[in-house]
Write a protein that binds this ligand. Structure first.
Ligand SMILES: Nc1ncnc2c1ncn2[C@@H]1O[C@H](COP(=O)(O)OP(=O)(O)O)[C@@H](O)[C@H]1O
Ligand SMILES: [Mg+2]
Length: 271
């Protein structure tokens, strides 16, 4: 990293102060009769890296999609940085949030998906500047400058003038990471971001994420099956099963000496 690309500059985050950034309070999500999240409770403090593990279908992606407001909870509330995500207080009562409120709170969250979803008709640099200019109203020059810093951070400076299809999957995913950070989110959500990559490209993406985790104080909520990576970056690991957190703790505890038989079973199946 060059001297002028300090972590704070790269992510726009200042020192973490331990306040609560995400809170799920008795969140239930159903699809038809299927209860996917069952009165779910958890929270994530500012600056922490929390990893969600658990079997396929246990509701991990649903949690991230709720945070992105792509889904709405059936019951319960989600709070982001002190603001209700899908509700707002009016006249002392909690009512469903209006679109404007959701848009504002939603700006605090950035997400990288399994599929990179870059804009295919835009070059790399513009993929990164588009939202800061059009959503945040950042000047073109500032957005450009920031995109270049982020491309440096993800090791892609020499590719800024290419189209996504001219890049490998690993490089595209690193652009997607830079694009998410360009919005200066307080929380970065990562949903199995290496699952769609050829095996030889996985390490490069995980290295970039390790670097971001270790050199910045952005809050991260991560779903991954890469357990060595999870061990390296996580402050806390939450084990999900059937819509509930069945145990949580530091990675050493969860990976080496879990309390739950279900956790042991899950880990031995994937490790
Ligand atoms: N849009 C949807 N409609 C109906 N069922 C869904 C929808 N999205 C997810 N589900 C179901 O919810 C459960 C949890 O899914 P998901 O959150 O994707 O799990 P995970 O990411 O842990 O594999 C699964 O049984 C899935 O089939
Ligand atoms: Mg999933």
């Amino acid at each position: 990293m060059p001297a002028d690309t300090t972590p704070e500059k790269a992510t726009g985050n200042t020192a973490a102060d331990g306040r609560e950034l995400i809170r799920f309070d008795k969140v239930t999500k159903r699809f038809g009769d299927h209860v996917v999240l069952d009165q779910l409770e958890f929270n994530v403090s500012a600056g922490k890296h929390v990893t969600l593990i658990g079997p396929s279908g246990s509701g991990k992606t649903t949690i991230l999609r709720l945070l992105m407001t792509l889904l709405k909870p059936d019951e319960g509330t989600i709070t982001v940085d002190g603001d209700y995500l899908t509700h707002e207080e009016r006249g002392g009562r909690l009512v469903p949030a209006g679109e404007k409120h959701v848009r504002e709170v939603r700006k605090k969250i950035g997400m990288v998906f399994q599929q990179f979803n870059l804009f295919p008709n835009m070059k790399v640099l513009r993929n990164i500047t588009e939202a800061p200019v059009h959503v945040l109203g950042m000047s073109k020059d500032e957005a450009d400058q920031r995109a270049r810093e982020l491309l440096e951070l993800v090791g892609l400076t020499e590719h800024l003038d290419k189209y996504p299809t001219q890049l490998s999957g690993g490089q595209q995913q690193r652009v997607a990471i830079a694009r998410a950070l360009a919005m200066r989110p307080k929380v970065l959500l990562l949903d199995e971001v290496t699952s769609a990559l050829d095996p030889e490209l996985v390490a490069g993406v995980l290295d970039v994420l390790r670097d971001i985790a270790h050199t910045t104080d952005i809050t991260m909520l991560v779903v991954t099956h890469e357990m060595n990576f999870a061990r390296d970056i996580s402050d806390d690991v939450l084990m999900f099963n059937e819509g509930k957190v069945i145990e949580s703790g530091p990675p050493e505890k969860i990976f080496n000496d879990p309390d739950h038989e279900r956790t042991r079973e899950f880990l031995s199946a994937i490790l």
